[in-house]
Design a protein around this ligand. Sequence first.
Ligand code: NAP
Length: 285
Amino acid sequence: MTSAPKTARFMDGTALAREITERTAARAKALTERTGKAPCLATVLVGEDPASVTYVKMKRNRCAKAGIESRHVELPADITTEELVATLTGLSEDPDVHGILLQHPVGEHIDERAAFEAIAPEKDVDGVTMASFAAMGFGLPGFASCTPGGIMRLLDAYDVDPTGKRAVVVGRSAILGKPVGLLLLGRNATVTYCHSRTTDLSEVVREADILVAAVGRPEFIRGEDIKEGAVVIDAGYNPGNVGDVHFASAAERASLITPVPGGVGPMTIAVLLEQTVDAAERLTA
Ligand code: NAP
């Protein structure tokens, strides 16, 4: 007798992001009525990389729909680190700006860390400063990196409690892999990181009750490596709307899985907007 093929439930990031953004918009409206000023996100773009231009445009459109003002600063690709730091310091000191987003990457010749550190932690709504990273590590109040923050919101919305679970994060970038592992650890998961030097990656992935794929390689994780019943979060976004997980084969083994697009992606912007209003509320309290 053959058993019927199982199919995972989708984790609908589009719907959850919409709900979060509706609540954010209501808070933005209330704040605007109370203070006479809308929450304001400064977006800083260096150069004209088409993907970055598109991302910033998308974030600004979403801001507008949620009643958040955005102040856009475009800088030439050949700007120096000192000039970029000066711009970000100015925005950090500007009382009309509540959140700052530096779109990255910013160009090889720029010291990206120095630029991020010029963002005041209380305006770091994209969660890129060392202060925000430390807050995530210590479990203290602060702004989460937006994609990891969005992943945790998805897990909560689908009643996935990380406590006691084996979580495997494939990828260790500063904006995604590392912080999501810290957040999972903070919620009592037993966390393993994998990266390009990991040996026997398939073996490690097979142990995951919660798998986060953050590799940047299309369909890198295959269904045969997924534990029966695992929760699969695909943070990857590769050309052609393809994730880091081979969706069809993974969906046969997982209990819950994020689609690409429509899973993690929309959550990133929803968290950015929500954290902008958090910042504005605190700065105008
Ligand atoms: P990244 O900075 O390039 O980091 C990729 C990570 O994957 C690195 O830690 C790297 O290991 C690891 N890796 C690469 N090849 C590997 C291999 N063969 N085996 C095991 N590990 C390997 O990328 P990222 O910025 O974290 O982004 C990852 C993915 O998420 C991309 O598809 C990106 O588009 C997507 N993303 C989506 C959102 C969203 O809003 N949905 C936001 C950010 C990123 P090493 O450290 O050893 O090099």
